[in-house]
Design a protein. Structure first.
Length: 612
C-alpha cells in the first residue's frame, strides 16, 4: 500500500459504512422543516430578534469609533481645547458609555429570549417526532421485528432524535444569524472604507475552499459515527438481554473482546471527527489572524497618512475579529446539520417503512363475537415460497376446544400467528364468524382474541398494572376478580404489597408459574371471545401446574379455545385434536379416536408415555 493510500482519512470500509443503513432518497432537510409549520410564528419572531441582535452587534464598534474620533482624539485643530469644550467631550464619552451599556443589555435580553423560545420549540418538535416514530413502530408487523434488531430501533428513538433536536433548537436560527451577520459586517466595512474592506476579504476564496472540504469530510464522518453508534446499541441490547446465557456458558471473555471491537470502531469514528474539527478550526483561525494583521498593517499606514481615523481603524479591527467567527461557526453548524440530516435519513427510512399488513380502508365490524374460525385452503410462508403451511383447511365452531400437536416446525405456532393476523396468508383465507380477517381492522381482531404464551413478558411496574396493561377501563375490582378466578391471587395476596408489589423487568423476581398465572389473569381481565393457549403449561412445577390447569378450565368456559402443546397429557380433554406434519393436517379427531387410528398421534403419545 502506498503512502498516499495510507494517508486516506476514510478507508474503503469507512466509505461503505458512511452509506450503509441509509436508504432514504428524498430531501431529509426539507422534510424536517415541515415539522416547523405549527411553530412558524415563533420561528419568524426569533428571526426578527436575530436581526435586532445583529444590528446591535454592528452598532457597538461604531459607538466606540464615534467616541474615539469625536470625543477622545477629535479633529486636529481642537485637540488642545480646554474648559467648557473639555467638559463637553467628557459628557460625550459618558453618553456613549451609557449607550454602549444599553446596547449590551438589549443584546442580552434579545439573545436570551431567542434562545429560550427556540429551545422550547425544539423540544416540542422533537417530542412530536418521537411520538410519531413510536406510534409508527407500534403499527409495524411482526415480520419487521423478526428481522430488525431492537437496539437499532432504540437508537432511532433516542440518539437519532436527539441529534435532530439541535437543528430546531440551535442550528436553524444560528445559520440565519451568522449569514445575516456576515452580510452585515461586509456591508458596514465596505461603507467605512472599500479599499481596506478589499484587504479584509482577500483570503475569503481560501476560506470557501477549506469550508467545502470540511463539509464533505465531516458529513462522511458523522454518517460513519451514527452507524457505529447503532451497531454498539444493537450489540448491547442483545447481549445484556442474554447475559444469563453468556455467563452460563462462560463466554464473558469472548463477548468482552467482541464488545471491545465495536467500541474501538466507534472510538475511531469519533476520533476521525475530532481530527477533522481540530484541523479545520486552527487553519481558519490562522487565516483570520493573517487577515487581521494585514488590515492592521495597512490601516496603521493609512492612519499615519491621515487617510482614515484611529476610530475607523479600531472599528475595522473589531469587525475583522467578528467577521471570521461566524464563518467558522457556519462551517461547524453545517457539519452539525450534516449529522442531523444523517440521523433524519435513518429516521425517515424507518417512518417510510410500510407495514406488511394494512388495515382495510373501510373495515367491517365483528359485532358480538361468536368465535367461529375457518381456515380455507391456507398457504403460508415467512420467506418467499418456503411453505410453512400447505393447503390447510379446518373449521372450529363457537365454544369448541381444539388442540394442535406435532413436531417442532410442523406449523402449529404459525396457525396461531395467522389467526391474530400478525402475518398474512399468501393463498387461501381465514375467517372469523364468516368474515375474512383481511376485511377487519387488526384492533378488531385482537380485541376478540386472548393469547397466553409460554414465554410471559412482565413489564416494569406492579402486578396490578401488568394485569390491566394500563387499561384504566379495567377496574381494581376486575383485576382482583380475574386473579382469583385463575388462582393467581393465591400467591399475590401473600406478597407484602399485594397487587401493588413491584414487578421488575421481565418479571425476574417471579417464578415461571407465577408469571404464567399473571398472564392468565391478564387474559381473563380482557374477557376475549377466543382463547389461544400456546404451550401455556410448559416448564411449570407440579403444584403450580395444578393451579394452572384449574385456571385453564375456568378460562375456557364459554370460549372458543385453541391450544398448542407438546405434552399430550394437557390436551386430552380437547374436543378435537389436529395433528400437524410438515405444514399439513395429517390426522384429526378426539384423543381416543386418534389412538385407535394408530397413526402419528399414537406414536407421539407412546413415545411420551415411555419417557414418562
Amino acid at each position: 500500500m502506498t503512502d498516499r493510500k495510507k494517508r486516506r482519512i476514510f478507508s474503503r470500509e469507512d466509505e461503505r459504512e458512511a452509506v450503509r443503513d441509509i436508504h432514504y432518497e428524498g430531501n431529509a432537510l426539507l422534510r424536517l422543516l415541515k415539522y416547523m409549520r405549527p411553530h412558524l410564528k415563533t420561528l419568524f419572531f426569533c428571526f426578527f430578534l436575530v436581526l435586532v441582535v445583529t444590528a446591535l452587534d454592528l452598532l457597538r464598534p461604531l459607538l466606540i469609533r464615534n467616541a474615539i474620533d469625536s470625543y477622545i482624539t477629535g479633529p486636529a485643530d481642537h485637540r488642545f481645547l480646554a474648559g467648557e469644550q473639555s467638559g463637553w467631550r467628557f459628557q460625550g464619552v459618558v453618553i456613549t458609555t451609557v449607550a454602549y451599556i444599553v446596547t449590551l443589555l438589549a443584546l442580552f435580553v434579545c439573545n436570551r429570549a431567542q434562545f429560550w423560545l427556540m429551545q422550547r420549540t425544539g423540544q416540542e418538535i422533537v417530542k412530536g417526532l418521537r411520538d410519531d416514530l413510536f406510534a409508527h413502530v407500534e403499527k409495524l408487523t411482526m415480520r419487521f421485528f423478526d428481522i430488525t434488531p431492537v437496539g437499532k430501533i432504540v437508537t432511532r428513538l433516542t440518539n437519532d432524535v436527539d441529534a435532530i433536536n439541535d437543528v430546531f433548537a440551535n442550528i436553524l436560527v444560528q445559520l440565519f444569524k451568522n449569514t445575516v451577520k456576515i452580510i452585515g459586517l461586509a456591508t458596514v466595512m465596505l461603507a467605512l472604507n472599500p479599499v481596506m474592506a478589499g484587504y479584509a476579504f482577500a483570503l475569503l476564496p481560501l476560506v470557501a475552499v477549506l469550508t467545502f472540504i470540511f463539509r464533505k469530510l465531516s458529513r462522511k464522518a458523522f454518517q460513519v459515527t451514527r452507524t457505529r453508534v447503532t451497531d454498539l446499541n444493537t450489540y448491547l441490547s442483545e447481549h445484556l438481554s442474554g447475559m444469563k446465557i453468556i455467563q452460563l456458558f462462560g463466554r464473558e471473555k469472548r463477548k468482552y473482546e467482541e464488545f471491545g471491537g465495536k467500541n474501538d470502531a466507534l472510538y475511531r469514528a469519533g476520533y476521525r471527527e475530532l481530527i477533522i474539527n481540530a484541523t479545520f478550526r486552527p487553519i481558519l483561525y490562522l487565516i483570520a489572524v493573517i487577515a487581521t494583521s494585514l488590515v492592521t498593517g495597512v490601516g496603521s499606514g493609512n492612519v499615519l497618512n491621515d487617510t482614515i481615523t484611529i476610530g475607523t481603524l479600531y472599528a475595522f479591527i473589531s469587525y475583522m475579529d467578528s467577521f471570521f467567527q461566524p464563518i467558522q461557526e457556519l462551517a461547524e453548524q453545517f457539519s452539525t446539520l450534516q449529522s442531523a440530516i444523517a440521523s433524519a435519513e435513518k429516521i425517515f427510512t424507518l417512518l417510510d417503512t410500510r407495514p406488511l399488513i394494512e388495515d382495510p380502508e373501510h373495515p367491517k365490524a365483528l359485532g358480538e363475537v361468536k368465535g367461529r374460525i375457518e381456515f380455507d385452503h391456507v398457504w403460508f410462508a415467512y420467506v418467499d415460497e418456503e411453505w410453512v403451511l400447505k393447503n390447510v383447511s379446518f373449521v372450529i365452531e363457537p365454544g369448541q376446544r381444539v388442540a394442535f400437536v406435532g413436531a417442532t416446525g410442523a406449523g402449529k405456532s404459525s396457525i396461531l400467528n395467522l389467526i391474530g393476523r400478525y402475518y398474512d396468508v399468501q393463498k387461501g383465507a381465514i375467517r372469523i364468524d364468516g368474515i375474512d380477517i383481511r376485511e377487519l381492522s387488526r384492533d378488531e381482531i385482537r380485541r376478540a382474541i386472548g393469547q397466553v404464551q409460554q414465554d410471559v413478558f412482565i413489564f416494569t411496574g406492579d402486578i396490578r398494572s401488568n394485569i390491566r396493561l394500563r387499561n384504566e377501563e379495567i377496574t381494581d375490582e376486575q383485576v382482583e376478580e380475574a386473579a382469583r378466578e385463575v388462582n393467581a391471587a393465591r400467591f399475590i395476596e401473600r406478597l407484602p404489597a399485594g397487587y401493588s408489589h413491584a414487578a421488575t423487568e421481565r418479571g425476574s423476581t417471579f417464578s415461571a408459574g407465577q408469571r404464567q398465572l399473571i398472564s392468565f389473569a391478564r387474559t381473563l381481565a380482557y374477557d376475549p371471545a377466543i382463547l389461544i393457549l400456546d404451550e401455556a403449561t410448559a416448564n411449570i412445577d407440579t403444584e403450580t401446574e395444578q393451579w394452572i390447569q384449574e385456571a385453564v378450565e375456568r378460562l375456557m368456559q364459554g370460549r372458543t379455545t385453541i391450544m398448542v402443546a407438546h405434552r399430550l397429557s394437557t390436551i386430552q380433554h380437547a374436543d378435537t385434536i389436529m395433528v400437524m406434519h410438515h405444514g399439513r393436517i395429517r390426522e384429526q379427531g378426539s384423543h381416543q379416536e386418534l389412538l385407535e387410528l394408530g397413526g402419528i398421534y399414537k406414536k407421539l403419545y407412546q413415545l411420551q408415555l415411555a419417557n414418562t
